[in-house]
Design a protein around this ligand. Structure first.
Ligand code: PEP
Length: 257
């Protein structure tokens, strides 16, 4: 683990009513009080943002939205703009593979969202990762590097950015990448960031692994030199399990601090 503060972010996807989200968030806030050396983020659906942000006020837990529009206002039925997230979220997940796949979001759309999120003073959690088809072709590195470049067009604030490398074949499948596989690609992502942002800025950007992370497999991921935490889907919906993931990360961080 490096000197970068680790991040454990939970993506609740389309789960939890506002009341369920409030209960889950409170349990996570209580359970992670003793782990201040880990940045803990939860991402409820839009409908839960208000209750969850109240539930975690004064705790170690920050709140992220799962998506946002790059537009500011107007005739965009069903969308939410960055200004509507004011006071509700400090982070926004953008470019999740489910949005890229189900809603046909291109790298250009994702880049516009990254710019809008930063301009509003929030931090984008930019998701990138290769599909199963690209993986089968043998070498996903170039695909991931070009996805990163194209999803960051127009971004110049390198201090307010988290990257999540999420191989699509590992999301929700129970078949996580190996920590070595993830490190190999995340090392390439950091090299690409060096070219985009310069070596110093790139050395400070947190890069997470995502894809079937749980409390049994988190340790070896955060032990890798370039992996700074995890974006967690399914396992973030159970407070005890999510808290264990944070605790494991905190323990490893304490050992190396
Ligand atoms: C995700 O939703 O980003 C994710 C990584 O899900 P899971 O942990 O369930 O694979």
């Amino acid at each position: 683990m490096s000197s970068r503060k680790p991040v454990i972010a939970g993506n609740w996807k389309m789960n939890t009513t506002p009341a369920e989200g409030q209960t889950l968030a409170k349990a996570i806030a209580d359970g992670t009080r003793e782990s201040p050396n880990v940045e803990v983020i939860v991402s409820p659906p839009f409908t839960g943002l208000s209750d969850v942000s109240q539930a975690v006020a004064g705790s170690n837990v920050q709140v992220s939205a799962q998506n946002v529009s790059s537009e500011q206002s107007g005739a965009f039925t069903g969308d939410v703009s960055v200004s509507m997230l004011e006071g509700l979220a400090s982070h926004v997940i953008i470019g999740h593979s489910e949005r890229r796949g189900l809603s046909c979001e291109t790298d250009g759309v994702v880049a516009a969202k990254a710019v809008a999120v930063q301009a509003a003073g929030m931090t984008p959690i930019l998701c990138i990762g290769e599909t199963e088809d690209i993986r089968k072709l043998g070498n996903p590195v170039e695909s991931v590097r070009s996805q990163l470049r194209d999803s960051l067009v127009g971004v110049s604030d390198w201090e307010s950015l988290i990257i999540a490398y999420e191989p699509v074949w590992a999301i929700g499948t129970g078949a996580a990448a190996s920590p070595q596989q993830a490190q190999a690609i995340i090392g390439e992502i950091r090299q690409e960031l060096e070219q985009l942002a310069g070596p110093e800025a790139a050395s400070k950007i947190r890069i997470l692994y995502g894809g079937s992370v749980n409390s049994n497999n988190i340790g070896p991921f955060v032990d890798q030199p370039d992996i700074d935490g995890a974006l967690v889907g399914g396992a973030s919906l159970q407070a005890d399990e999510f808290v264990r993931i944070v605790e494991m990360t905190a323990r490893l961080e304490n050992k190396t601090a």
